[in-house]
Design a protein around this ligand. Sequence first.
Ligand SMILES: [Zn+2]
Length: 374
Amino acid sequence: MELNIKNICAEMPNYGIYKDWQREGEILGIAIHHSETVNRATGASMGSALTFFNYHIKGRGLMHGAYHYVVAGSGEIEYALDEKITAYHAIFDDPSNSMGLEFGQHWNNHYLAICVAGWFSEHRTYRDEQGHVHLIPNNYTIPSEAQWESLVALIQQLRKKYNIRLENVRGHRELAGIHTTCPGHGFDLAELRANLRSLDEGKAKSEPSPTVPLEIKPGEHVLLLPDTDKYLDAAMVYIWKFQPDVSFSIDEARGRWQYVTVVGGQDSISESQLARLRSGGAALVQRISGDPAVVQTTLDELTKSGSRFLKETVTTSPTLLSERTYTVQPGDTLSFIANQMYGNTSQWRVIFEANRDQLVDPGRVHPGQILQIP
Ligand SMILES: [Zn+2]
């Protein structure tokens, strides 16, 4: 869809004062908020970047507004705060830094803030002058279709620009250490990510699969045999026929060969090591696993048919494979990650079992760890 973004950064109050400020830390994610500004009678979305910025400045004493983008109910997008400036959209106290959240600033420093104008919750109340609490009807408990479409397109654009991983697209309430329902109970964040994922997958499918030339020149292809004792015999016929380089060291392979055939299971070489070979420039990284007899059958069949590589995995997209890992953020727990990846906290055990090589205690994950997501 054609994205129509109105750049109003320079029209915001105090712009002249903060325009040259720079954020601390690179952009890793996007946080979604709702504005809680709606028509009192109907619950219809109201408000614009200017109203929010005025409130943040006058009501909260900030120098500028707390959102980079505002998506109105009409689907119109306002770009109100330069992405290079830190938005204070996720303020909270972690004075002892017990959550490793750098005194609560992790989310502000590393996440862009998008505000979806509206109040996406069934229950709204207001207090009248006598202090009585009244229920306010809300007929708009989810974002409008136009709003959702604009939001999805905007997120994809920002993800592409900053190489933002899918799991780092989060609702305000999904930022560790923060107690809020924002962006509202009605806002389905799992559905949002599912939507983004299917866009990623559609794109990956339409990308051409790596083309493997019929002739591989000497030195372009390596057969990696980390578990030599187990598999060397099984691979002999294949090696004799195709004459690939043969290496036992995974660490040396990165950036060295264009085509990599790995023989062995995840116990000898992990998915993330394969991902590292791909990101190191390999056009094709293919694994052949199973017990030696199975591996031998597979390799002998390839030898007989005269093809070096298995057909089906040639089309596997690196983009899709990279979605099967998760980089742990400060404050993350296994159940949080399970909810992010599967929409279900009880799946934490599946992730734990798949990462026993690096996890000892399910209660302990460390920021920066890369977990396999089966
Ligand atoms: Zn929020």
